[in-house]
Design a protein around this ligand. Structure first.
Ligand SMILES: *[C@@H]1O[C@H](CO)[C@@H](O)[C@H](O)[C@H]1NC(C)=O
Ligand SMILES: *[C@@H]1O[C@H](CO)[C@@H](O)[C@H](O)[C@H]1NC(C)=O
Ligand SMILES: *[C@@H]1O[C@H](CO)[C@@H](O)[C@H](O)[C@H]1NC(C)=O
Length: 294
């Protein structure tokens, strides 16, 4: 084994940043690559592979400038990816194989010396005369897949393409409303002289979600006016009304007020659809004498 192996770098810097849907902020960074990007996987993997520690970045003077101790990086201080993370207010991307904390804000799968193509090819062709680190891009992507399963209970298939809503909750609402209407029919049979109006919350709200611009909702319809953090500006531990949690400038351009309740603007629209239709059956203002139940 030669020292030169550590300069056998493919310069693979490939980051996947998970962005909030319409804002410019990123909520997490996932990285793949080699020692240009590795923030600490290599020492752990090299030790596991029985490589001598003298060849690893665990020794001084690595890290002396910023971390003041070796920090798993192949430099005297921070890497490009560290500065990118800082620019987005995110923590330094933790190395997937050498960190026991949360990967909610990203994970670094890069490994010093890793290749993009699997090492077997290089070995078969006799291109190299030394042991290569085996954690090529295929391995790194497999780790990502493994992490994704534990990080996200919801996969893309769980969301409706046209609204961004979780499908199963909307399906439940739809089913609830179906049963509600059936129940109302029975009640109408039982109390023919009582005006019973079926008012539907789901349809007007989904209308706004689908065509926010028609309703003066210029912000992304799933985003909360008064809240904090995350892609929806909503965090269950930092709710509207708590210190440090502020409302948006113009609530009338939002559908959601606090993440559970809607804004006045939304209420105004829903009320009109109930007073005069079409989302109330019969509309509240329909004269009792002309009722004709569907
Ligand atoms: C992570 O936890 C394992 C088991 O508790 C421990 O052996 C290992 O040293 C920890 N690694 C780091 C980087 O803290
Ligand atoms: C995913 O859901 C399952 C079942 O509800 C739960 O046990 C698990 O902890 C969840 N995982 C995450 C990362 O939220
Ligand atoms: C929500 O707030 C808690 C407590 O302040 C914080 O630790 C967490 O990171 C926040 N979540 C998001 C998605 O920003």
């Amino acid at each position: 084994m030669e020292l030169s192996i550590f300069f056998f770098l493919f310069g693979v810097l490939s980051c996947y940043a998970h962005a909030a849907q319409t804002t410019q902020s990123f909520t997490s960074i996932f990285c793949f690559g080699d020692s240009y990007t590795d923030t600490g996987n290599f020492p752990t993997l090299a030790a596991a592979a029985g490589w001598p520690s003298i060849f690893t970045s665990i020794n001084p003077p690595y890290g002396e400038t910023f971390f003041r101790h070796p920090a798993g990086r192949w430099s005297d201080g921070r890497l490009i990816i560290d500065f990118i993370a800082e620019a987005y207010g995110l923590p330094h991307v933790p190395p997937y194989k050498a960190y026991n904390g949360s990967f909610n804000q990203g994970a670094n799968f890069a490994v010093g010396g890793a290749t993009a193509i699997n090492v077997e090819l290089f070995e078969e062709k006799g291109f190299v005369k030394f042991n290569m680190i085996r954690d090529s891009l295929d391995y790194q992507l497999a780790w990502f897949k493994e992490l994704k399963t534990s990080l996200c209970n919801s996969t893309e298939g769980d969301y409706e393409a046209n609204t961004g809503c979780l499908k199963k909750y909307n399906d439940l609402a739809f089913y609830h409303n179906l049963l509600l209407r059936q129940e109302l029919m029975q009640l109408r049979g039982k109390y023919p002289h009582v005006k019973l109006s079926y008012t539907n919350y789901y349809d007007p709200v989904i209308n706004i979600v689908k065509s926010p611009n028609h309703f003066g909702i210029i912000n992304t319809p799933l985003q909360v006016c008064c809240g904090k953090d995350g892609p929806y500006n909503y965090n269950t531990t930092e709710l509207c009304g708590m210190p440090g949690v502020n409302a948006c400038q113009t609530p009338s351009t939002y559908l959601h007020w606090d993440g559970v309740h809607l804004t006045e603007a939304a209420h105004r629209y829903i009320a009109t659809t109930w007073l005069d239709g079409p989302y109330a059956d019969p509309p509240i203002r329909a004269p009792c004498t002309k009722l004709k139940y569907k």
